[in-house]
Ligand binder design. Structure first.
Ligand code: IPE
Ligand code: IPE
Ligand code: MG
Length: 229
């Protein structure tokens, strides 16, 4: 059997709060540690021969339900992260992109997102996407409304795929950390035929070595897409 080729990888980074609680730390410490892991994984993906995109779930449309202080901390962390990471993106030839409704964020954060996207636009070793204020249902609804506004009356799957925010329409492999086995409104259209991998590891403990093992496991899977291989 030939090895599966991995182009579009998506990760639900979960378990920051539990990682912190296990150490008697505040949840914010878990988020800080989690942000460090994103850098390692991005560097791994940029060097990987077949990965074209990595899409990290960083803040869902449902995460506004969290305490105000935690939400504020996450927004600040994101701003700090993007400022610090510009160097990593440039060094590794990584293009940064945000998906989700970022208009809900502060002007300053929106400007930082835009600046990072513009500064890395020409990089082509990897597209690193952060899903921010992202929900799969919101994305599909927005895509459909955009197409209606353009005057389309009957939509094809290809129309919807091309109106989504992601530069791809199919995720090959979706990984979720922390032992939870659910999708939490992530990339609903794009995971139609994705392979799933759930690991018990909490996100702040996740490493490029574990990702490498998961990818090797993925490469041996038999993807049938409804056929009979
Ligand atoms: C994931 O970790 C990070 C975000 C959703 C921002 P959590 O904060 O959900 O961690 P747990 O699930 O409470 O452990
Ligand atoms: C999913 O994690 C969202 C992100 C990782 C950003 P959550 O921790 O918010 O998901 P649920 O609430 O456990 O489903
Ligand atoms: Mg969680």
């Amino acid at each position: 059997m030939t090895e599966q080729s991995l182009k579009n990888l998506a990760i639900i980074m979960d378990g920051n709060g539990r990682w912190a609680a296990q150490r008697g730390l505040s949840r914010t410490k878990g988020h800080e540690q989690g942000a460090e892991v994103i850098r390692d994984i991005t560097e791994y993906c940029a060097k990987h021969p077949t990965i074209e995109t990595i899409t990290f779930y960083a803040f869902s449309t449902e995460n506004w339900k969290r305490p105000k202080l935690e939400v504020e901390f996450l927004m600040k962390l994101l701003e700090k992260y993007l400022k610090n990471e510009l160097e990593t993106y440039q060094k590794n030839n990584v293009k940064f992109m945000a998906i989700g409704n970022t208009e809900a964020f502060s002007k300053k954060l929106q400007e930082r997102i835009q600046l990072t996207e513009e500064a890395t636009r020409e990089n082509d070793a990897l597209t690193h996407i952060l899903a921010l204020n992202y929900g799969g249902r919101a994305e599909i609804t927005h895509a459909v409304n955009t197409l209606i506004a353009e005057g389309k009356r009957e939509l094809t799957e290809a129309d919807i795929s091309s109106a989504l925010q992601t530069p791809y329409s199919d995720v090959d492999l979706l990984i979720r950390t922390s032992g939870e086995e659910r999708v939490s409104n992530y990339l609903l259209w794009q995971i139609s035929y994705a392979e799933f991998y759930f690991t018990q590891t909490l996100w702040p403990d996740f490493t490029a070595d574990e990702l490498d093992d998961i990818i090797q496991h993925f490469q041996q899977r038999n993807r049938r897409f409804g056929g009979i291989l």
